[in-house]
Design a protein around this ligand. Structure first.
Ligand code: AKG
Ligand code: FE2
Length: 383
């Protein structure tokens, strides 16, 4: 079958596992997450659970096609406009782009360390005051101002005493000019003045309202929020999901919401141990497009094959930035970390937070969009 979005694919017979490849499957914890998304259990998951036990044919070629590397000059100075445009076009075409080595590793690592410390305090409070031990996979429905659960063993911590101290570092990550420009170019129509565009933007007269900039004005700044998704050892493969809905669903529109993920642990280039067993994030390339996602999620052989041929599981390190259209199908893979010391019990390892995988994230969205999140704004986990 021809690809719906023009990516290179190999024949269906050509299934093989790349060296170091991971076969992903669903664990029981996925079912609790699915209870929040009943439609997924009847549509995506039969498809996905079938293919997840098979090797993937196209991971390597696709991963390369969406990975952007910096030149020596760019590492010493800053990414050039060519690279920035390349990243934004990759997000538009594939739904996901990996920009290698563009983030300040020390800064990202310090944010990751702070987030894990805050999560340790938060989970200890939950254990003491609510008698719920999240590190043992208990009650994934808890929610606080600063902490929410994505599913069993997968937490989202957005602030805490240690992260608050790093306020300036967080602001500098949010305002990173390279990432901001990539996001702004992806979220706004940039072919103004070209013949193909017909200059339709000139008809967006409502942009004069509420002291707006008008159709000829500058792009409105994107809104941002930050936090850290942490998966604990024992965390299963996450249910396949999109982080946001399409705003309109009759034609394909450019993104209104893009996430930047910063892996906070493990960097081979510094001689550090790369924690393959902690898992990473997998994506179904092209699924940010309605017509692709429709086929991938409707079940049956065609959808299953399309999904199979377009899953990527890029291995990213601290310093890399994964940017994805929040509509793209994706999921965190399982955390199988066990620790190195044979005498350690799993519990001791968990308490020391070594096996925890943190992704610091910055969400970027268009000014008109309201993101319905599952934070409980009433109760603080730190009080
Ligand atoms: O854990 C991951 O790698 C991804 C997490 C995620 O996509 C989510 O929680 O929405
Ligand atoms: Fe997600």
């Amino acid at each position: 079958m021809a690809d719906l979005f023009g990516s290179d694919t190999e024949s269906d017979d050509d299934l093989n596992v790349e060296t170091g490849g991971i076969v992903i499957y669903f664990s029981p914890s996925t079912s609790s997450y699915l209870s929040h998304y009943p439609h997924l259990s009847t549509s995506v998951n039969p498809t996905v659970s079938t293919y997840l036990s098979t090797p993937l044919s196209n991971d390597l070629a696709l991963t390369r096609s969406l990975t952007v590397s910096l030149t020596h000059y760019e590492i010493l100075n800053s990414p050039t406009l060519t690279t920035i445009i390349n990243c934004s076009n990759t997000i538009l075409a594939k739904g996901v782009c990996v920009l290698r080595g563009a983030a300040d590793k020390c800064l990202v690592k310090s944010l990751g360390d702070a987030a894990l410390k805050d999560l340790e305090i938060a989970l200890e409070n939950v254990r003491m005051y609510k008698n719920v031990d999240v590190t043992k996979g208990e009650d994934c429905s808890i929610g606080y101002k600063e902490l929410s659960m994505r599913e069993d063993y997968r937490c989202d911590i957005r602030t805490g005493p240690n992260l608050s101290h790093l306020h300036h570092s967080i602001t500098s990550l949010q305002n990173d000019p390279t990432v901001n420009t990539i996001m702004t170019l992806a979220c706004n129509s940039t072919d103004r003045g070209s013949r193909a565009s017909n200059n339709l933007h000139l008809g967006n007269y409502g942009l004069h309202n509420f002291n707006g900039p008008g159709p000829l004005g500058p792009f409105l700044p994107l809104k941002t929020s930050t936090g850290c998704v942490v998966s604990l050892p024992g965390c299963g493969g996450q249910a396949v999901h999109s982080d946001t809905a399409h705003v309109l669903d009759e034609v394909h529109n450019r993104p209104h919401y893009i996430n930047a993920f910063y892996n906070t642990s493990g960097s081979s280039s510094e001689g550090g141990r790369v924690d393959f067993e902690k898992g990473q994030t997998a994506f179904a390339v092209g699924s940010h497009r309605l017509e692709v996602c429709k086929v991938m999620t409707e079940g049956g052989d065609v959808g299953r094959r399309l999904m199979e041929r377009n899953v990527v599981r890029p291995h990213v390190e601290c310093g890399d930035i994964v940017m994805f259209d929040a509509r793209v199908l994706h999921w965190g893979t399982e955390n199988r970390w066990k620790g190195e010391d044979e005498n350690d019990t799993e519990d001791m390892n968990i308490k020391r937070n070594e096996g925890w995988r943190g992704i610091f994230y910055v969400n970027y969205w268009r000014e008109f969009f309201q993101d319905p999140k599952n934070w409980d704004e009433r109760e603080s986990v730190f009080d």
